[in-house]
Design a protein around this ligand. Structure first.
Ligand SMILES: Cc1ncc(C[n+]2csc(CCOP(=O)(O)OP(=O)(O)O)c2C)c(N)n1
Ligand code: SF4
Ligand SMILES: [Mg+2]
Length: 770
């Protein structure tokens, strides 16, 4: 075979090739290509949860949906685990289903992947591959994808945006083939492929595409009530192994089906996808094996080395599951040495998955003498340049020449730390005594059992140093800092904070710096509450055992965004039901702001976000905001409150009460409305009028629930300041569209819901038993 035949397409050509269908040239990133493919495929349902760098797939689809370019039902999950469940249910229902995720998102969904494969339900999952936490790194490597290799999903690799587009179509045909019936995952490199734009060809012939895809075959379906079936029965030995052998056979069938589908795709597009891409391998004596974009880089290096007379080539699989072992055996049988690069380690195994599987593949060939060098490279988005590929080739050429591998396994590009260059400390830690200035005096009313707080005058509070160093990386006008500074002014003693993922976390830490002058922990926003409750329990147990002096008096505070109260709601409710003595403080900026303003369940109805776009066909978010405070009130906690960054004294009184309860009685939950000028689309200095209008319209009532008693702490009606919600909505760019006459019914719906919730709250305020 010639190099040309074996090598995948390199960039899209514009001229229509004979026999191919009509296509259009576009300039698109990988995420855009995935969204365009989704539109052109016409999936029935997309279940998703935002995570960088894959979020743009849903965002692009939301934009297209707003202007009526497709009618895919887009469902934002409460987290990736929920999104995967949505996808599983939707796919069982017989239609075509899509998801896109990355990194921790894939890992959070991972548990559902074998369920889907084991019950043989096809769907398509795009992965913009990213480094797995911790520590948290949003850039690309393959550590997420490698976790999916044992789930029973077919895994395709897309080296560039064109491949992302094309392989989505191939995925439908492969996964839905009757002999296969498996879900398919398409992995492309985070940021490198997901965000960089390339010329790509997209289909411009709906009929031809429809013919290529065909109808989704009828598989047993719980919506077919004429033929009832049990989906996912309880199955023990001896049957389970038989289920798994069928899955293994399906993978083997995919081995046959994939090249068939790729050939059909080639006839339609003119673009060739071999199972194993082999570049300049005809007479290669030395090779490197890499996945996706790094392989493209290495091809340039191979060209340069070829000019110098070196017989080198590059192998890169377009398919990882089923693993193209036979293709590797054939490609490597004459090769003297190969450097296999993994963008993820299988810690302790002496190589990443790719290198271990290449070794296993050639080991079956008795005549094979290829020496293998395993290299780990590019973790956490570390760039892989032509010079890096050059070093891979050089090391492999050295081995080929000497007949010996000096270093079978090594990390490439890691730089060992030097004790003399340890990160410099910024501001020193702040002792509890320095910040405990008695700014709030809390007293219990013995008759009512409720707390009364007296604050020192505001001017005195300016003396209190903050537990967070001045200066931050947030947007000008960001509401988080006024919120946390106000809370810090009244909290006394030693505080340990846990921040869930979100803006507050990102803008206060960034290795090697931290703005926190007290003990700070980050855990991802799906599990912070569980982590902090574990720490709280350990603290009490160690005091009980005499390992920590009883005089130590720590308050535990979790800081979360509203998004963290979607994905992390389960663990937070767990901590609440167990009533761990700790505080959960939510700063509610009405969206997932850190990742680019996607909708959260706390985003109000009709508000524009990057996943609830506004256009001729879509008026923003289509369901009402979550009443998180009432969810926690229903847990019968000692204390629940709402507050606003714009009402400092009210917030500080509540924070002081919260600490009192968290130390003595159990879990406290507080939700604070927090200004986000960037994504609310206001000027940086608009916090005061916007927040005030949110309170005066009764959209965000200020109240507390103390031992089950609800008390409003600001009543706009009593103060003669009640306004319609339109007065609030007109102040923000994200909601101005709601005031257009065509959206009058939506505006009325919002007003009705706000009124209903307000009346209910007032009734609770008025009645001691509600
Ligand atoms: C399992 C998982 N899914 C998704 C993400 C991506 N992610 C990180 S922070 C965030 C949004 C946080 O929203 P919120 O809690 O409201 O805080 P904000 O950014 O608005 O301050 C998202 C979607 C992640 N890190 N981990
Ligand atoms: S996006 Fe919003 S919440 Fe995040 S730092 Fe900027 S203003 Fe603050
Ligand atoms: Mg938020």
């Amino acid at each position: 075979m010639t190099t040309g035949m074996l090598s995948a397409h390199r960039g899209a050509a514009h001229a229509q090739k004979a026999g191919t269908i009509r296509q259009k040239l576009e300039f698109r990133s990988g995420n855009e290509a995935a969204a365009l493919a989704a539109r052109d495929i016409g999936f029935h349902v997309m279940g998703y949860f935002p995570i960088t760098p894959s979020t743009e797939v849903a965002e692009n689809l939301s934009k297209m949906q707003a202007s009526g370019e497709h009618d895919i039902v887009m469902i934002a999950g409460d987290g990736e685990h929920g999104a995967a469940g949505i996808c599983y249910g939707a796919a069982l229902g017989g239609g075509r289903v899509l998801n896109a995720t990355s990194a921790q998102g894939l890992l959070f969904a991972l548990e559902q992947l074998p369920v889907q494969a084991g019950t043989r339900v096809p769907m398509v999952l795009n992965i913009a591959a990213r480094s797995v936490s911790g520590p948290l790194d949003i850039r690309g490597d393959h550590s997420d994808v490698y976790f999916a290799l044992n789930t029973g999903w077919i895994v395709l690799c897309a080296r560039d945006p064109q491949a992302v587009y094309d392989l989505n179509f191939a995925a439908i045909r492969i996964g839905e083939h009757r002999d296969v019936r498996l879900p398919v995952l398409i992995a492309y490199d985070g940021f490198i492929t997901s965000h960089q734009k390339r010329r790509i060809e997209v289909f411009d012939d709906r009929e031809a595409v429809r013919k290529f895809l065909g109808e989704r075959p009828e598989f047993p379906c719980p919506l077919d009530t004429e033929h009832p079936a049990t989906f996912g029965p309880y199955m023990n030995d001896p049957d389970l192994i038989n289920n798994k052998v069928q899955l293994s056979q399906a993978m083997e069938a995919a081995r046959r089906v994939i090249p068939e589908v790729f050939s059909e795709l080639e006839r339609m597009t003119g673009r060739h996808y071999p199972v194993l891409d082999a570049y300049r391998m005809e007479d290669a004596e030395v090779a490197t094996v890499l996945i996706n974009s790094a392989a493209e880089t290495a091809k340039e290096t191979a060209d340069a080395l070829r000019k110098e007379g070196e017989k080198v080539g590059v192998l890169s699989p377009n398919v990882l599951r089923p693993f193209p072992a036979e293709e590797f055996r054939r490609a490597l049988w004459r090769v003297k040495a190969v450097a296999v690069g993994d963008r993820a380690d299988s810690y302790g195994a002496g190589g990443g998955n790719l290198s271990l599987e290449v070794r296993a593949a050639i080991q079956i060939d008795p005549g094979n003498r290829t020496l293998v060098l395993s290299r780990i490279y590019g973790l956490g988005g570390k760039d892989f340049y032509a010079a890096d590929a050059g070093q891979f080739f050089e090391q492999a050429m050295g081995a080929a020449k000497s007949g010996h591998v000096a270093e079978p396994f090594a990390y490439h590009g890691a730089t060992p730390g030097r004790p003399d260059s340890a990160p410099r400390r910024g501001l020193p830690p702040i002792p509890a005594a320095e910040v405990s200035r008695g700014m709030a005096h809390v007293r219990r009313n013995e008759a009512t059992g409720r707390l009364h707080v007296e604050l020192e005058p505001l001017w005195r509070m300016t003396e209190v140093p903050s537990r967070i160093a001045p200066g931050h990386g947030a947007c000008p006008g960001c509401g988080f800092f006024p919120t946390i500074h106000q809370v810090n002014r009244v909290l006394e003693g030693d505080i340990v904070v846990l921040y869930q993922t979100g803006c507050a976390m990102v803008v206060t830490t960034g290795y090697p710096s931290t703005a926190h002058r007290i003990n700070y922990i980050h855990n991802l926003f799906q599990n912070g509450a569980a982590t902090l409750s574990g720490l709280v329990e350990m603290y009490h147990e160690r005091i009980r055992r005499g390992e920590i002096p009883a005089s130590k008096d720590i308050t535990f505070v979790m800081i979360t965004g509203d998004g963290g109260m979607d994905i992390g709601m389960g663990p937070a409710l767990g901590a609440a039901h167990r009533n761990h003595p700790m505080m959960i403080l939510e700063y509610d900026n009405q969206g997932y702001m850190n990742t680019g303003a996607q909708l959260s369940y706390s985003t109000p109805f009709g508000h524009r976000t990057s996943t609830s776009e506004v256009g001729s066909k879509l008026p923003g978010k289509r369901y009402h905001h979550k009443d998180t405070a009432q969810v926690f009130a229903a847990c019968h906690l000692p204390y629940v409150f709402t507050a606003s960054e714009g009402y400092p004294e009210d917030l500080m009184r509540k924070a002081a009460k919260a600490q009192w309860y968290a130390k003595r009685e159990g879990l406290v939950y507080g939700k604070v409305l927090s200004f986000c000028p960037l994504n609310w689309r206001t000027t940086d200095d608009a916090a005061e009028p916007v927040l005030q209008a949110a309170l005066d319209s009764c959209f965000f009532p200020l109240y507390e629930v103390e031992h089950g008693h609800t008390a409003l702490t600001y009543d706009p009606e009593a103060a003669g300041r009640r306004q319609p919600v339109s007065e609030w909505l007109k102040l923000m760019g994200k909601t101005r569209h709601l005031l257009s006459p065509k959206n009058a019914p939506i505006l009325q719906g919002i007003q009705d819901e706000v009124d209903r919730r307000w009346r209910r709250l007032k009734a609770m305020h008025d009645h001691p038993d509600l």
